[in-house]
Design a protein around this ligand. Sequence first.
Ligand SMILES: [Zn+2]
Ligand SMILES: [Zn+2]
Length: 418
Amino acid sequence: MTPFKWAVVFVLSLSFTVFVTFFGRLPALRRTPIAGLHRLMWIHTPNAALALDSRLTAGRLSRSLSRFGDYIMHDRHPTVVVFFLAILTVAEYMYLPEAWPRLGWFTKLTAGLAVMMPYLFLYLACTSDPGYITPENHAYHMSLYPYDHTLFHPGNECRSCRFLKPARSKHCSICKRCIAKADHHCVFINSCVGYGNHHWFLLLLSSTAVLTTYGGLLGVSLLSSMMTERHPDWSLWKPEDMTFNRYMAVWGWGVQQNVRMGATTLLSLLTTPLVCGLLAYTLYLVYAGTTTNESLKWSVYKEDMGDGYAFRRRLPPSRQKNSRTEPPCRRWPVEPEHVLVATSDGKPPAENARLAGDGEWERVWSLKHVENLYDLGFWDNLVDTFVPDYRFGDRSDDPPSERTQRTKEPARWSGFPP
Ligand SMILES: [Zn+2]
Ligand SMILES: [Zn+2]
């Protein structure tokens, strides 16, 4: 095979493997060959290898591999960051020397910016503090968000860090710290995504989406203009009187002349849907006023509600708060109106000094009847992501129905990060 064909085979199989790895667990694809391939790749093949190893080496090889796997999965290390940087840099090294001489000054300027931005935002996302909670800044993080008495109840302590967990925080077993407004631990930046770097993570995803889209479209436009120069009867949209074989033969000729740029253009076009999908998912979470961590909690509630295991009762606005476990939050404009809990036996919760609120418990059957305290609307959610410690205007005078009634479904895709 020619080098170009090898490159195409490599790029296609790489993209397909990534696709199966990321999307194979999607509930929507459960009964398709994609899910079968995912099982084959991540369950059956490793199991077969383990069985073979226990016969051949009495399991020595798999024990050392599992130590390595433990390190890869449960410790901080920059392997994926290095892999990401390598793909980015090698692709640009292959693409730019062939493309650059054919670009006008304006395209050179925008292409230069598109190339630089992912490096800048990757650096900022990796190196900035994601919102580590320490004994010194604990009081500050306690005052950032109110407890919603739904996903986050006051008075819970982190057993590792030994302080009260602030609302929206989560202990990360890889970073070994509590993270404020924890989203998820991201191997692409070798750090958590949280209150301190969520905006850099969003900008990294956006700039990578711009780069792959721009690189793919620019590559197609450069290749097709060269091909029409040499073969004037050819055009990007196949002319009606041209046979398909001839149309593809001209493509083959064009790409043979620019093997490196052709392969990278193909890689850009194939990775664009993946990057744009992740960006859309992240923006959707901002729109819904939630995080990856919280959307998992919402989907558990959704199932409990379907089973009739979720209950709520009123939380009077005039209630007395314990200022140690529930310090005042001056920047958030809304207060919770209900306590929501799920029980394991389907009966209303027993009277318990730790659960706030008063009155009768009522069953909640659907997320539609629950408000998300952390959803202020897309723009305010975006402001909260980008401006640290922003003080939102007081909305406690608005009627409750116009406040944060939960009309958006929480994100149901629990397959990311895999
Ligand atoms: Zn912790
Ligand atoms: Zn982490």
